[in-house]
Design a protein around this ligand. Structure first.
Ligand SMILES: Nc1ncnc2c1ncn2[C@@H]1O[C@H](COP(=O)(O)OP(=O)(O)O)[C@@H](O)[C@H]1O
Ligand SMILES: [Mg+2]
Length: 333
């Protein structure tokens, strides 16, 4: 899970993009290191696609600069394009061609020598488990297979950076997990820098660093663990055979004021939950269960923006549920 922190492969400075009346990206600055697995996390409309398209030379910034692999994305777009591979939301495979033909077309567009192209195609199709379907028409492929082929194709010309815009959106959960494994694998085996956007918290967990975007602003940027640590102090929950006595003992012996909710005693705002755990067990009689709830990236998002990231509630009931969850979570911090 290590990357070369020293070498910035992508440098974004004061990037802003305005569409007529909408400011889609507001003064964003960050760097991505060589070999890094970088995630851009945010809800729909946050500005993820706009940002990744500017980095990939498909959109011009309104202001600010982006240097990728030493090239300016506006003034040296052709050099930038040779340095990157892209897997974007709009499918761009030719359904009437086979998997191999789609790959070859891409290799020819990039002027790859035939021999190298053939070897690379074999290796990449192997990597995404499509070797046995290589001569089938893409038309017959499932959504997940198409996405895998696009990932393989994006890497064919040996780019330094692979851009993926919501690579798992629209796929069922099982296929999503698979795609995720393939991305991790190609990243490790090819040593490529991966920049992806997602609105799935659990996907961002797997990145080296995560930038959280909301309303066009970069509101946080760090490793998933550091982001979670920043959310708040530790929390412990315990259950005992006699909660009332336990609360008294905790107040008297440990000098902490716990919350009692039904059978569950919650100790929050702790500096070092793990150290306290040992003292709790030694001090409080009759403990039957201990919980150490860890913050998730969902909590991080909620804390930073005051909202849940889930922006597409299925129904009014789900909306109510989401709201309740937000309120009760917010109460915890
Ligand atoms: N071509 C466009 N014209 C006008 N507004 C746009 C265009 N593309 C995106 N936007 C707006 O810019 C904001 C950011 O969009 P986008 O970058 O697609 O966000 P995300 O990918 O995070 O969902 C949204 O408010 C969206 O409606
Ligand atoms: Mg998008």
């Amino acid at each position: 899970m290590k990357w070369d922190e020293g070498r910035a492969l992508i440098k974004v400075q004061n990037l802003t993009k305005t569409y007529k009346s909408t400011v889609a990206v507001r003064d964003i600055s960050f760097s991505v290191s060589s070999g890094e697995f970088f995630g851009f996390l945010g809800p729909n409309g946050a500005g993820k696609t706009t940002t990744i398209k500017i980095l990939a030379t498909l959109l011009r910034p309104t202001s600010g600069t982006v240097i990728l692999n030493g090239y300016d994305v506006v003034r040296q777009a052709a050099d930038v394009r040779r340095s990157i591979g892209m897997v974007f939301q709009d499918p761009s495979l030719d359904d009437r061609l086979t998997a191999v033909e789609n790959m070859e077309l891409h290799g020819m567009l990039y002027g790859m020598p035939r021999r190298l192209m053939k070897d690379e195609i074999n290796m990449l199709l192997e990597l995404v488990d499509l070797s046995d379907r290589q001569n089938d028409l893409v038309r017959s492929f499932s959504g997940g297979m198409k996405r895998r082929l696009e990932i393989a194709r994006g890497l064919l010309h040996q780019p330094s950076v692979l851009f993926l815009d919501e690579p798992t959106v629209g796929l069922d959960p099982q296929t999503r997990n698979h795609i995720w494994e393939y991305i991790s694998e190609v990243r490790t085996s090819r040593g490529a820098t991966v920049f992806l956007t997602t609105h799935y918290m659990e996907e961002a967990e797997g990145c080296h660093r995560v930038g959280i975007v909301d309303h066009g602003r970069l509101v946080a940027l760090d490793t998933p663990n550091a982001l979670k640590r920043a959310v708040g102090k530790d929390v412990l929950t315990i259950r005992t055979s006699d909660p009332a006595t336990a609360v008294t003992v905790i107040q008297r012996e440990l000098n902490i004021n716990p919350d009692l909710d039904g059978e569950t005693i919650t100790l929050s705002g702790l500096d070092d939950g793990e150290a306290l755990l040992v003292r709790l067990v030694a001090t409080v009689p009759g403990i039957t269960a201990i919980g150490v709830p860890k913050p998730t990236l969902e909590d991080v998002f909620l804390k930073l923006t005051g909202r849940d990231i889930r922006d597409e509630p299925a129904s009014a009931v789900e909306r109510m549920r989401t709201r309740h969850r937000s309120v009760s979570r917010r109460g915890r911090h």
